[in-house]
Design a protein around this ligand. Structure first.
Ligand SMILES: NC(=O)c1ccc[n+]([C@@H]2O[C@H](COP(=O)([O-])OP(=O)(O)OC[C@H]3O[C@@H](n4cnc5c(N)ncnc54)[C@H](OP(=O)(O)O)[C@@H]3O)[C@@H](O)[C@H]2O)c1
Length: 260
């Protein structure tokens, strides 16, 4: 049973909106208690309230910036007394900007969110899952990870790290009964995408949008089909096309598609 294999608690890093909130609803419906992390307390409280309304599960929330150096201490303070059997590392968007136009410190801070964060939390909770011989880890990747692209120079490289990190972890943890999935999504109708003008971009480039609900559902449905799952048939088609391109064409294609 799902809750026995991946429960009793799930932690969602970036669990207050979009795909993270969709995961929260779906995991609660499967009977998992939730720890939700994000920065803004308002949306966190809102999702917690909605989830409590649909399922008899416990929900803890913490307003945490995943980029802070004391991330692990903050997370341990609210999880050391519970068994986290599922980790979803969802937060990761970095808005578009030419690399040199963003101050170096901001670029490095982005890496703390997209690279350090998943490594820190997967190490901490992965150790405990391996000891128990069960658990699940989902790390959000992106179609941007297939090649470099302008305006997303750090983001696409960091997302490539996330995907490859999850794949290696999948192989290492499989013998211990822990399922790991790198979940690759493309343009998805999240509040962050809307804020960043992503709807206009989708319209301009003719790219179909994924709904957060579909992305989370495909992730959960394919948790045992690691190391990698690409959500959305249109994204799987694009991934096949990128794989057949030479690197220059792939970079040019992705750079054209990220012209925001
Ligand atoms: N949306 C897309 O089109 C798209 C496309 C490809 C891949 N992805 C990937 O899908 C994942 C979700 O994307 P998203 O569009 O929903 O935006 P996101 O900003 O990566 O994730 C949203 C959630 O993460 C939280 N969050 C963001 N930065 C945080 C930080 N520094 N510390 C703590 N929590 C933080 C947000 O709440 P707060 O803002 O309150 O902190 C919110 O709960 C990301 O990994 C992204 O790279 C998205």
């Amino acid at each position: 049973m799902f809750a026995h294999r991946y429960g009793p608690w799930a932690l969602i890093a970036g669990g207050s909106e979009g795909v993270g909130a969709a995961f929260a609803h779906k995991l609660a419906a499967k009977g998992l208690n939730l720890v939700l992390l994000a920065r803004k307390p308002g949306p966190l409280a809102e999702v917690a309230q909605q989830v409590r309304g649909i399922a008899q599960v416990q929900v803890r929330t913490a307003s945490v910036d995943l980029r802070q150096p004391d991330l692990l201490e903050r997370v341990r303070a609210i999880t050391d007394d519970i068994e986290v059997g599922m980790l979803i590392y969802n937060a990761g968007v970095i808005g578009p900007s030419p690399f040199l136009d963003r101050p170096l410190e901001q670029n490095l801070k982005s890496l703390r969110l997209t690279v350090d964060g998943p490594v820190i939390l997967a190490h901490h909770f992965g150790l405990r899952m391996r000891e128990r011989g069960r658990g699940g880890i989902i790390i959000l990747g992106s179609m941007s990870s297939f090649a470099g692209s302008r305006n997303f120079v750090v983001y696409s490289a960091a997302k490539a790290f996330d995907v490859i990190f999850g794949e290696g972890l999948w192989y290492e943890l499989k013998p211990y009964g822990v399922d790991v999935l790198s979940l690759i999504i493309g343009l998805t109708r999240t509040p962050k995408l809307v804020q960043a003008g992503g709807l206009e971009l989708a319209q301009k480039t003719g790219q179909p949008l994924l709904e957060p609900d579909e992305a989370a559902q495909e992730g959960l449905d394919n948790l045992e089909n690691g190391p990698t799952w690409i959500a959305g048939a249109h994204n799987r088609e694009r991934a096949t096309a990128y794989a057949q391109m030479d690197r220059r064409s792939a970079v040019e294609s992705l750079s054209g598609a990220s012209n925001t």
